[in-house]
Ligand binder design. Structure first.
Ligand SMILES: Nc1ncnc2c1ncn2[C@@H]1O[C@H](COP(=O)(O)OP(=O)(O)OP(=O)(O)O)[C@@H](O)[C@H]1O
Length: 769
């Protein structure tokens, strides 16, 4: 079936058998049936090569010399031919009538069948809606559950990170304590070494001291004995010297007495004899005294010798010790100093001992702290392990939840159908008339009932080809009234956008006449961003969220414009060689490439925004009679998404195509000529081809005419493929002036909406083999 381009309403009329076609006149022989002489039309046609029309148009003419018979013969032959033609037409009419009756019957039967199909599909639809409701409920419950799980994961993660930082702190404290302990141990060891060497030194000093004291006391004893012996010898010497002097005085006195006596004479002889006796006695006494004196001298000499010996002993001792008394004093002083040093050393020792004890205590404290920290670390390690286990479990649950979410999400999407049509009506521009008749808006929306939010009524203003205020009703998957914000509209397509991350090929088109709001819907403005920037924000945000579950995405963007059936790369930096054109190629795996087309790696919404800005600048904008800013080309934004999950080994390859189609106005309205005429024809051809492709897919035709336009050929793998999903926005202007165009747009969209293209199936691949 070929679908016509939207060019007004298409009415099909079934030809009823005409009752006014009369039977041919009776034959010359009066019979009412066809000629019995075998001159049926086939023979006449074989003979003359005429059609019945030729026969009816044939005029008889006779030559001037023709006789009556030949005229009669010619007349009879003509009448026969006319009769044959008459019967032939009669039979043809009967056959046509019979065919028409059959067709009517078949149509009735088909209508009955369709009615019953419709009822069945209504039932199925209700069932699906019920199922959808319960799935949506399940999805909501699941989303709540998942949010709880996510919160739990976040709580666990924060607990884990707390525990980790606690662990890190404890480890650091433990490391600090261990280092401190080590330092203290080293200090203790060095102090203990010092203490040991000091103790050794002290012991040696004490020993030496004791030896010195011993030697000192011995020397002092010896010195005292020598001093006493010396004093005794000196006293004896003094006594002897005194006795000697007394004896000398007596001797002198005696010698004086003797001399006196000698002088006194003979008588004195006796006296002399007695004196001699006395003298010899005295001499004996003197000899005794001399002997005594000699003894005393000998004794003195002996004592002197002893003294000398004692002195030499002292000298020897001095030599032996190198010390004299002064030295001994010095030694004593040194000993005192040594003692005080020993004392100080002992004090230092005891201080050190105290320090050692303190350090030991500190060491014990550090060790107990270390032990406590180790126990704490052990506990924290156990907690970390438990939390890690819980985290792994929670992450597993999240991954499972995500898989379930995807399944539910895509089931819902599949149930909703893989081609959907949303209608969006823009607000009237200032000064724009939006009433079909007084008090009757051109576009009205049913506020309640089945069609609320899904239906729209378009009223044609009078004098524009329709009856005054004649209304046409349409129903779509969703209808957005003028007040619907960009955010509200995006809410409805966000799940479809999400599918691209899940590995689907998604196409979102904006269709409508020039100025109906396509670019506003797709691109929007910085204040009111449209579907493309919002889709990018969502894709990047979701890709980031999915990183936690092991997904890593790579995205490449391309932007193309199709103008007059020629491709232009809006991001191209002059890659296209002169004289060459961009060529579209599809491979067996469903990948599409465009030669010399730039694909830019994107990783942030800001990066995409910069690309969009670059592309918009490059986009061809040509003025038409209707809108000076009217874009006369299709703009195709393509985002190729490749995702891989290192945890589960899954891979997903999605493609998001966002297309701002060129305006769909009719030739008569845009009043164009020349270059503009060519543009309009190209636009209409490609839009018509898009409708044809969707219709062929909907009718499951063996041949889908993708090649009829660059647009459909470019999007071939994303339209109607096993893993594709399509959404079409039909943008409508509310103006009275645009009402006929709006009707065309809505009829085209209604036709698209009637198509159901299979069931999209994602084709995730498993990478691990
Ligand atoms: N939903 C809306 N809300 C507010 N303003 C809108 C809306 N839709 C469209 N407009 C405004 O209407 C005007 C025409 O819209 P837009 O340029 O998007 O139309 P278009 O269909 O893309 O036209 P063209 O085919 O010429 O590109 C613009 O000024 C736009 O800002």
């Amino acid at each position: 079936m070929r679908t016509q381009a939207p060019a007004g309403s298409v009415s099909t009329t079934r030809a009823a058998p005409s009752a006014s076609v009369a039977a041919p006149p009776p034959a010359a022989d009066g019979s009412a049936g066809p000629p019995a002489d075998g001159s049926g039309w086939e023979e006449v046609a074989a003979e003359t090569g005429w059609t019945p029309a030729d026969c009816l148009a044939h005029k008889l003419s006779f030559g001037k010399r023709a006789d009556a018979k030949s005229k009669v013969d010619a007349l009879v032959a003509h009448v026969k031919r006319l009769r044959s033609a008459g019967w032939h037409l009669h039979e043809a009419r009967d056959a046509a009538a019979a065919d028409a009756a059959d067709a009517a019957e078949r149509a009735d039967a088909e209508a009955a069948l369709r009615r019953s199909d419709r009822e069945t599909s209504d039932l199925a639809l209700r069932e699906v809606q019920r199922e959808l409701g319960s799935l949506a409920q399940a999805a909501r419950a699941h989303e709540t559950q998942q949010a709880q799980r996510q919160a739990e994961v976040e709580r666990l993660q924060s607990e884990l990170s707390d525990a980790r930082s606690g662990l890190r702190e404890a480890e650091e404290a433990a490391r600090g304590a261990a280092a401190e302990g080590k330092l203290l141990r080293e200090q203790v060891e060095s102090l203990q070494g010092q203490a040991r060497s000091l103790t050794d030194m002290q012991t040696q000093a004490q020993k030496y001291n004791a030896q010195l004291q011993q030697y000192n006391s011995k020397m002092q004893g010896e010195l005292q004995a020598a001093n006493e012996a010396l004093a005794r010898s000196q006293a004896e010497k003094a006594a002897l010297t005194e006795e000697c002097a007394a004896l000398k005085g007596r001797l002198t006195a005696l010698e004086e007495q003797l001399a006196g006596l000698a002088a006194v004479g003979s008588s004195a002889e006796a006296l002399r004899a007695s004196a001699l006796e006395d003298a010899s006695r005295l001499r004996g006494e003197v000899a005794g005294v001399a002997a005594q004196r000699d003894n005393a001298v000998a004794e003195a000499a002996r004592l002197r010798g002893e003294l000398e010996a004692a002195r030499s002993e002292v000298d020897r001792f001095r030599e032996a010790t190198g010390k004299d008394v002064g030295a001994l004093e010095a030694e004593k002083a040194a000993r005192g100093a040594l003692e005080s040093r020993t004392q100080a050393q002992a004090e230092l020792n005891s201080n050190l001992h105290e320090q050692v004890i303190l350090l030991r205590e500190q060491k014990e404290l550090s060790e107990s702290k270390l032990q406590k920290s180790a126990a704490e670390v052990k506990k924290l390690n156990a907690k970390v392990k438990r939390l890690e286990k819980e985290l792994v479990e929670a992450e597993r649950k999240v991954v499972e939840g995500e898989a379930l979410r995807k399944k539910l999400h895509n089931t819902i999407q599949e149930l909703k159908g893989n081609i959907r049509v949303f209608c969006r009506v823009r607000p009237p521009a200032s000064g724009e008339a939006a009433e079909a008749a007084p008090g009757k808006p051109v576009v009205a929306f049913p506020a309640e009932g089945d069609m609320a939010g899904r239906g729209l009524e378009l009223a044609q203003p009078g004098g524009r080809g329709g009856k005054d205020g004649e209304a046409h009703s349409f129903g779509f998957d969703k209808v957005f009234a003028p007040q619907a914000s960009q955010g509200k509209v995006f809410e409805e397509i966000s799940q479809l956008v999400q599918s691209a991350l899940d590995g689907y090929k998604v196409c979102i088109f904006a269709y409508g006449q020039t100025g109906s709001g396509k670019t506003h819907t797709m691109m929007g403005s910085p204040e009111q961003p449209g579907m493309i920037p919002r889709a990018m924000d969502q894709i990047f945000a979701t890709a980031k969220e999915l990183e936690a579950q092991g997904w890593r995405y790579e995205m490449k963007a391309a932007m193309l414009e199709i103008y007059n059936e020629e491709l232009r790369d809006l991001l191209g930096k002059g890659l296209l060689p002169a004289g060459k054109k961009h060529a579209i190629q599809h491979d067996d795996k469903g990948s599409t490439t465009v030669s010399y087309c730039e694909h830019v790696d994107v990783s942030t919404p800001e990066g995409v925004a910069a690309l969009l800005e670059r592309a918009m600048k490059a986009r061809s904008v040509a003025a038409t009679a209707m809108n000076e800013q009217s874009s006369r080309s299709h703009m195709v934004f393509m985002l190729a998404i490749e995702g891989a999950n290192a945890t589960t080994g899954q891979k997903a390859r999605g493609l998001l195509n966002l297309i701002d189609l060129a305006g769909s106005e009719r030739l008569s309205r845009s009043a164009v000529s020349g270059e503009r005429l060519k543009e309009t024809q190209a636009i209409n051809k490609s839009l018509s081809a898009l409708g044809d492709v969707i219709a062929a897919l909907g009718n499951k035709e063996a041949h889908v005419p993708y090649r009829n336009s660059k647009l459909t050929f470019l999007l071939q793998s994303s339209l109607g493929g096993a893993s594709s999903k399509t959404l079409m926005f039909v943008n409508v202007s509310p103006s009275a002036e645009s009402a006929p165009e709006s009707l065309c747009s809505l009829r085209f969209a209604a036709k698209v909406n009637a198509c159901e293209i299979g069931t999209a199936k994602r084709q995730p691949t498993t990478a691990r083999q």
